[in-house]
Design a protein around this ligand. Structure first.
Ligand code: C5P
Length: 229
């Protein structure tokens, strides 16, 4: 069953304070994005990889393809203003024979192959799946001026990661609905939820961090020393 993965990599990394997108920062002398791409290159269930990034980075992607022998990597597509715009652009170029589409953040290099496979397998049967971990901290809802309004019940809370995988038509329908109704989301699951589908959670690992701020980079260096895909 043909499965494509879309890697949104068009962020500027403002929270990292760097001048290049955090996906291009080096981790053990290799760009974070390459570590991430290698996970999907290694995963037998993935057939093509589509990266969305700034046009000015297209040549970097082409060089990565050659240098790291990333045979599944297609030509890059241009990213958009929001993460979901980047993914919408990539969705248009998914191979017509693809039945399943995964989405995975460029800045999550510590995803395990088992998580990718389980995500695809689950979405195949249930339509949509998301990798997530149980919330470790107590989570509170607060007003914009910092007053606690509500304490949420931790036993039902999950910290959501990627990959998130969908039957292709479900993801297309969700993106069409979001475009028509001006819905903005920080993950694809929310868009799918808005068309009435409840994704199934695949329990993942706390190693699958999203490298966002400078302290994440320090943690990533430590994780890399013992990471087994
Ligand atoms: O901003 P955030 O941390 O949610 O970004 C998650 C992923 O989405 C990153 O890999 C980033 O490069 C990507 N992104 C994108 N297009 C944007 C914003 C973020 O592809 N406009």
């Amino acid at each position: 069953m043909f499965t494509s993965v879309i890697i949104p990599a068009a962020g500027f990394g403002e929270r990292m304070g760097a001048t290049i997108g955090k996906q291009f920062l080096l981790l053990n002398e290799k760009p974070i994005l390459v570590h991430t791409l290698e996970r999907f290159e290694q995963c037998a269930e993935i057939h093509e990889i589509i990266v969305a990034t700034q046009r000015s980075s297209f040549s970097i992607i082409e060089e990565m393809k050659k240098k790291y022998s990333l045979t599944k990597l297609r030509s890059p597509v241009e990213g958009g203003e929001r993460r979901q715009d980047s993914i919408a652009n990539a969705l248009k170029l998914v191979d017509p024979s693809a039945e399943m589409v995964s989405v995975h953040d460029a800045v999550r290099p510590f995803v395990h192959l088992k998580e990718i496979s389980q995500s695809i397998e689950t979405a195949r049967y249930f339509g949509a799946s998301i990798v997530a971990v149980r919330a470790k901290d107590t989570i509170k809802q607060a007003s914009t001026d910092g007053r606690v309004e509500k304490t949420l019940n931790r036993s039902s809370l999950w910290s959501v990661q990627t990959p998130q995988t969908f039957q292709r038509q479900i993801l297309l329908d969700a993106y069409e609905f979001a475009a028509k109704n001006n819905i903005t989301a920080t993950d694809d699951s929310y868009l799918v939820e808005r068309i009435g589908i409840s994704p199934i959670i695949v329990e993942g690992s706390y190693e699958n961090i999203k490298i966002t701020t400078p302290d994440d980079l320090l943690l990533a260096e430590l994780l890399l020393q013992r990471f087994i895909p």
